[in-house]
Design a protein around this ligand. Structure first.
Ligand SMILES: [Zn+2]
Length: 352
């Protein structure tokens, strides 16, 4: 498993609207896997792989895999006289998980600055009972860059990107990082096609891998890029919840780690094509790739936008369950990640 690539993907900042660094890395890493690559007006990277092996039709089935590049993050919203920075979130943060975080402020001309984010207020020694009970709103969080106000104002600009600062780590049979959602899918968009290429398997379908922008703020890049590709089948390649952890009832776990790649049946953005769900399961069972089905009551993924583009298409979702999703300690199971890659690589040759 190419963990080195996943590490670099997870440690490259890219929030909704500022995915350019991640896109650069993907372009470099996917060399030789596609026949054509283009960047659309919003910034999505659309990669096309023509049918392989000959004997295909003039109008091959067009398969679109959508892997969003953006991670949840912040934009610099305000800098005060003392140099404390306030932020606007881009994506769904739970402020309970944002205390005492190291962050990276990515400036226009002064590189990435290390900062520390905390809500304003008193430390535990002098906090009132009232203070202790409060969950602060995102607007109460401030970043301390350790620099005088004047210098912060010189170096930092309103609109600079801010990300949580954390590395990818291997932990037992798991991988831990702050943006496995969705760099894990960017990784699989490259590695599944690499596995397909290395297998030498022919495929009569035309494959598009679309590294989309702005998913975390409402499937925005998927809407425009799926319109351009006009797929017959579109799959949102993403992550989902694995609440197989203490404190959540079993019936709300959504998915379970170590039980395989997740095939999305329904979520807040889409009801998946049920025949597609069955086709994916049948390929998986013939290859002994573990799968599990899931329903997510709220939240969605790019497949939902593609399904309703133009005159519609067959849509589905392939996902990996994460523990602690949308926190700095997102956890994935290695065996699920392998199943994710293997299912995509073995399904593509079966699409007629
Ligand atoms: Zn995602």
């Amino acid at each position: 498993m190419n963990i080195d690539l996943l590490k670099r993907l997870c440690e490259t900042p890219g929030i909704p609207g500022r995915e350019e660094r991640v896109r650069e890395l993907i372009m470099k890493e996917s060399e030789g896997l596609f026949d054509e690559m283009r960047v659309d007006a919003m910034g999505s990277l659309i990669c096309r792989r023509a049918p392989r092996g000959g004997g295909g039709s003039d109008a091959p089935t067009r398969v679109l895999l959508m892997c969003h590049m953006d991670q949840i993050g912040f934009y610099v919203r305000h800098i005060d006289e003392k140099g404390f920075v306030r932020v606007q979130p881009a994506g769904g943060f739970d402020t309970r998980n944002l205390f005492a975080r190291k962050v990276r402020v990515c400036t226009r001309e002064n590189g990435d600055l290390l900062g520390v984010m905390n809500p304003g207020g008193r430390p535990i020694h002098i906090a009132t009972e009232e203070d202790k009970k409060k969950i602060p709103d995102i607007k109460e969080f401030v970043i301390d860059l350790g620099l005088p106000g004047e210098e912060v104002k010189e170096k930092v600009t309103i609109g600079d990107m801010v990300v949580l600062d954390a590395t990818l780590e291997e932990m037992g049979g798991k991988l831990v990082s702050q943006c496995l959602d969705n760099r894990l899918a960017c990784w699989v968009g490259i590695e599944a096609i690499r596995a397909l290429e290395n297998s030498g398997d022919s495929h009569p379908c035309e494959v598009y891998v679309d590294f989309t922008v702005q998913e975390e703020v409402g499937l925005r890049g998927a809407r425009t890029s799926a319109y351009a590709v006009e797929p017959d089948i579109a799959i949102g390649v993403d992550t989902t919840l694995s609440c197989d952890t203490p404190g959540v009832p079993d019936d709300e776990s959504v998915s379970k780690q170590g039980e395989g790649v997740v095939i999305g049946v329904m979520d807040g953005s889409m009801i998946g094509d049920h025949t597609l769900v069955e086709e994916l399961e049948s390929v998986a069972s013939s290859r002994e790739i573990p799968t599990q089905r899931s329903i997510l009551p709220r939240g969605g993924q790019d497949g939902g936008a593609a399904q309703m583009g133009r005159s519609g298409c067959r849509a589905g979702a392939l996902l990996v369950g994460l523990r602690n999703i949308h926190t700095v300690t997102e956890i994935a199971d290695r065996t699920d990640v392998a199943a994710y890659r293997d299912l995509i690589a073995s399904w593509i040759p079966t699409v007629e």
